[in-house]
Design a protein around this ligand. Structure first.
Ligand code: NAI
Length: 464
């Protein structure tokens, strides 16, 4: 038995960042992880492998559709799916080993096994070597989330799959049916569409990516449809039958009913907090109605000394939100002013074009009783986007009409994921549209479209 200042349960981006930051602050720290490799969902079966496949599949698709326009002639392009998967696995392995290296560098003990809270000062870890028990002044729960399963369409890992299996399919399915047009459905639907699958997405709501600005998602839907992804909106999957190695999915859309037949069904209808076997109820930790761990503003649960962060406490289920919370939680434990500015946390969907957003949507700003000014700028009028042959999409900036403060930034375009940090910075520094408009942006670059949208807030953009 060892005695720690802090034991973190879960080594995803929330937990491992919290562990490293706590060690930097002088705490004696251990991090418990049940999986063989560190990094949690994000590094192993989420953000990183999906981006590796998105980048590979985009290159494959471009080599067939746009290289010729660049004057590059290539012969018959062939897909080597095992090589693509091996590259993805290699990316994952390099990064997860990197986390192990960071633990060593920062003297964080990596405890292998499944952690359980015994009481406010004790954690048990069950793994290959049996069960060991360690003492801790504080415990931080960072166990993340797991895919939601639909009652009538349970996962079987082969025909009915979650995002985890969609990252390792052994062959390109002829037809992939996706339930849910959120980030996972759109990203993994894009991967398999680019690799040759027929892809149909069923979505409950009347639009795709319902948490994003509607004008932007309407444009994104058009782009994805041009790429050959079909959408059935206002449609709910009701039941299924597996026959002759195919899934027959019965759906309902208004008064209409129908059946879609596919080779593989990806269910991507959200994720739920992961608290199985943690012993939280026995330890007195409160969960809310939806199973999320309830915490106060300092990330402390009802039980003094037990804290929680990341997907398991609710809010946006994003790696970078969990990282911010993990850092803030341990800084608060160390007597510092840890804080998370949730308004500055961007959301990104890594489709082509990418959709990225920070701050308020147009409907949120008006529902908040604000008078707004909106500046838009199309990538078709941006020199770098033209040079890249990536002109789909636009930047939309929402500013307060009275104060000129930037309230929201929405980017649909090439590398929107990289550009949205300017919007997060603007939110963090309470910038006005004028501040952004007066900031020099290197030419020719994609972020010039953000400057032009800021100029367009006062109708003085130059290039459109
Ligand atoms: P999501 O909550 O983003 O989207 C689920 C979609 O499924 C919604 O549009 C919802 O209306 C629809 N839906 C729910 N039940 C349905 C039904 N029975 N029939 C048809 N449609 C139905 O969930 P998703 O995509 O599974 O992602 C899970 C979490 O992981 C999210 O919080 C997401 O933000 C996060 N994530 C983030 C990524 C990113 O930042 N790029 C990538 C992947 C996941």
């Amino acid at each position: 038995m060892a005695e720690y200042d802090l034991i973190v349960i879960g080594a995803g981006p929330g937990g491992y960042v919290a562990a490293i930051r706590a060690a930097q602050l002088g705490m004696r720290v251990a991090c418990v992880e049940k999986e063989a490799s560190l990094g949690g969902t994000c590094l192993n079966v989420g953000c990183i492998p999906s981006k590796a496949l998105l980048d590979s599949s985009e290159l494959f698709h471009e080599s067939k559709t746009s290289f010729a326009r660049h004057g590059i002639k290539i012969g018959d392009v062939q897909l080597d799916l095992p090589a693509m998967m091996a590259r993805k696995d290699n990316v994952v392995q390099t990064l997860t080993r990197g986390v192990a290296g960071l633990f060593r560098k920062n003297k964080v003990d990596h405890l292998r096994g499944t952690g359980k809270v015994v009481d406010a000062g004790t954690v048990s870890i069950t793994g290959g070597d049996g069960t060991q028990t360690h003492k801790a002044k504080r415990i931080l729960i960072a166990t993340g989330s797991a895919p939601v399963q639909l009652p009538n369409l349970p996962f079987d890992g082969k025909h009915i799959i979650s995002s985890t299996e969609a990252l390792t399919l052994p062959a390109v399915p002829k037809k992939l049916l996706v339930i849910g047009a959120g980030a996972i459905g759109l990203e993994l639907g894009s991967v398999w569409r680019r690799l040759g699958s027929q892809v149909v997405v069923l979505e409950f709501m009347d639009r795709i990516a319902p948490t994003m600005d509607r004008e932007m998602t309407t444009l994104l839907q058009r782009s994805l449809e041009k790429q050959g992804i079909a959408f059935r909106l206002k449609t709910a999957a009701e039941s299924m039958k597996i026959k002759d190695n195919q899934v027959h999915v019965n759906y309902k859309s208004g008064d209409e009913t129908g059946t879609e037949v596919c080779d593989v069904l990806l269910v991507a209808v959200g994720r739920k907090p992961y608290t199985d076997g943690l012993g939280l109820a026995e330890a007195g930790v409160e969960l809310d109605k939806r199973g999320f761990v309830s915490v106060d503003k300092q990330f402390q649960t009802r039980v003094p000394g037990i804290y929680a962060i990341g997907d398991v406490i609710g809010g946006a289920m994003l790696a970078h939100k969990a990282e911010e919370e993990g850092t803030a939680a341990v800084e608060i434990m160390a007597g510092k002013a840890g804080h998370v500015n949730y308004k500055a946390i961007a959301g990104v969907i890594y489709t082509h074009p990418e959709l990225a957003s920070v701050g308020m949507r147009e409907d949120e700003a008006t529902a908040d009783g604000r008078e707004v000014k909106i500046g838009k700028f199309p990538f078709a009028a941006n020199g770098r986007a033209r040079a890249m042959d990536a002109t789909e999409g636009q930047v939309k900036m929402i500013a307060d009409a009275k104060t000129d403060r930037m309230l929201g930034l929405h980017i649909l375009g090439p590398r929107a994921s990289d550009m949205i940090s300017e919007g997060s910075l603007a939110v963090e520094f309470a910038a006005s549209a004028e501040d952004i408009a007066r900031t020099s942006h290197a030419h020719p670059t994609l972020p010039e479209a953000v400057k032009e949208a800021a100029l367009a807030v006062d109708k003085r953009q130059i290039h459109s």
